[in-house]
Design a protein around this ligand. Structure first.
Ligand SMILES: [Zn+2]
Length: 506
């Protein structure tokens, strides 16, 4: 996510002299980058011997607030343990009237529920295991589905369901928004299996309460032809008949699947040269004065992060303008930027931030519920570092200075307000969105800025490229990050630990 912290400075239009010096700076930055980065590592795909979960989703949307979803998950038990059940998040039910936690903070309600209160949900029926009626259980607010089934290590099982989906009217991750329709978290999402149990933490109004395995998706969408789809993965076919278009979509080895629809999408296509091969970049926009510049920026970020940290592994990247209830939001092979982000610099930072999430969240996963700093801090740093290496040092300096001031204000709030500087703690322990931004984003960025100063750029980029290669298509934690620094010849463990445990003097 990007919380859309406003910056006061605007890059504005450059004079001819300004442009010449910008070109020279960029040239110098590119030469320096060539000397620094040799990465371009192709991340190793998941092993075919332990296939990732494969979802087959058949979504039929009426163009209003209703959809039908027939789905099937093919799961191979790669936990090494005998399983007795499979657990699934039903995030759509976090938007229901019965939800135990609201999907947004009270202070955000007016912006998000643009038409007043509105509820949505997913109602499952016909739940089967290997084509036989399943023994299952729903928790009290129906945000968690547990399906009983014995699955031996290495064994496979098929879970299938039918569902009726009602979309809320809201500018959030799931719903009919003021500019389109957001289908994210609309399918039963297999929980992460971690340390001998399914991780079942539910939705939270603060942060990105998601932690999922790399999976593959085959999706068939039937929707009114007037709606343009922007999706994770690639459209493999599209046929229209009688005002309905059926679109086939494939997204392989992604962290999750997202689909955005709008009648008003303009499209801007470009390509990124990822270490010698071509990635298609498509930008779907509703309100952007210079969409080709935005698409070009996303493509440039993909090229930069590929050479700095390791190759972007997908054939496509989708950038979409959509009301998501924050500055932006990241999904598998897709990033969303909210049309409310108007400031030129903030918009550029948001586009690059959400693109960087493909590396930190998408390909290298992490526990976004208990250690949100690991993806958000590293993503904030990566975005600032992109501009530093692009010859726009001021943006890097301002990002660090702004993070420092923001953190310093929050960390000095009286104790009864409840500020806690520890970084490994659950989303449910954050009392305000500001506290979360201060700890996960600002302190996270300051940690990586400190590592850049102390380890030096060469060791830092070597460590991050190593961290990417070693944890691609899997999940990593702070220890894996410290280990990558150690292999790059820098002992980062004490620094990471003092930031995370809040013993560092900021
Ligand atoms: Zn983010």
């Amino acid at each position: 996510m990007n919380p859309s912290r406003k910056t006061s400075k605007n890059t504005g239009r450059k004079s001819a002299r300004g442009r010449l010096s910008a070109v020279l700076l960029t040239l110098a930055a590119v030469l320096c980058a060539i000397a620094l980065f040799g990465a371009c590592n192709e991340p190793s795909l998941p092993s075919p011997s332990t296939p990732v979960p494969v979802y087959d989703l058949d979504l039929s949307y009426d163009g209003g607030r209703n959809a039908l979803l027939d789905g099937e998950l093919l799961y191979t038990n790669d936990t090494g343990e005998e399983l007795t059940s499979l657990a699934f998040h039903l995030y759509a039910n976090a938007f229901s009237e019965a939800a135990s936690a609201p999907p947004c903070l009270e202070s955000e309600r007016a912006d998000i529920y643009y038409n007043g209160d509105s509820f949505g949900n997913i109602e499952l029926s016909d739940i089967k295991i290997d084509r036989k009626t399943a023994d299952f259980e729903l928790n009290a607010d129906k945000t968690l589905l547990t399906v009983r089934s014995a699955v031996a290590p290495g064994g496979t099982v098929t879970v299938s369901w039918s569902a009726e989906i009602t979309l809320p009217e809201c500018n959030a991750r799931f719903g009919v928004t003021q500019s389109g329709v957001n289908f994210t978290g609309f399918y039963p999402v297999l929980c992460m299996y971690d340390d001998g149990e399914w991780r079942t933490e539910g939705y939270s109004p603060v942060g990105d309460p998601f932690f999922s395995e790399i999976s593959s998706f085959h999706v068939t969408l039937a929707a009114p032809t007037a709606l343009v789809p922007a999706t994770s993965g690639e459209v493999t076919s599209s046929e229209s008949d009688g005002g309905v278009t059926v679109t086939e979509i494939t997204a392989e080895n992604v962290r999750d699947f997202a689909l955005f629809l709008s009648r008003d999408f303009g499209t801007e296509k470009t390509t990124a040269n990822v270490c010698g091969s071509v990635t298609d970049v498509t930008y779907f926009y509703t309100d952007d004065a210079d969409p080709s510049a935005t698409a070009a920026l996303a493509a440039e970020a993909i090229e930069f992060f590929s050479s700095a940290f390791g190759a972007y592994p997908y054939h496509s990247f989708t950038l979409v303008q959509a009301h998501v209830g924050a500055g932006g939001m990241e999904y598998g092979a897709l990033a969303a930027v909210d049309p409310s982000v108007k400031d030129e610099r903030e918009h550029a930072l948001t586009v690059v931030h959400e693109t960087a999430h493909q590396w930190w969240f998408g390909i290298v996963g992490s526990d976004q519920i208990n250690s949100p700093w690991l993806d958000e801090g590293l993503t904030e740093f990566s975005a600032a570092y992109f501009f530093l290496r692009r010859g726009e040092e001021q943006i890097y300096t301002d990002s660090v200075a702004s993070a420092r001031s923001y953190y310093s204000v929050y960390s000095r709030l009286p104790e009864d307000v409840g500020f806690d500087g520890r970084m490994d703690r659950p989303l449910s322990s954050y009392l305000t969105a500001g506290e979360y931004v201060a700890v996960a984003y600002c302190k996270g960025l300051l940690l990586f800025d400190t590592l850049l100063s102390l380890a030096g750029e060469e060791k830092l980029t070597a460590a991050l490229a190593d961290y990417y290669a070693a944890n691609a298509f899997s999940v990593a934690d702070g220890h894996a990050l410290a280990a990558a620094f150690s292999r790059a010849g820098f002992d980062a463990a004490p620094i990471i630990s003092s930031f995370v445990r809040d013993t560092a003097v900021m």
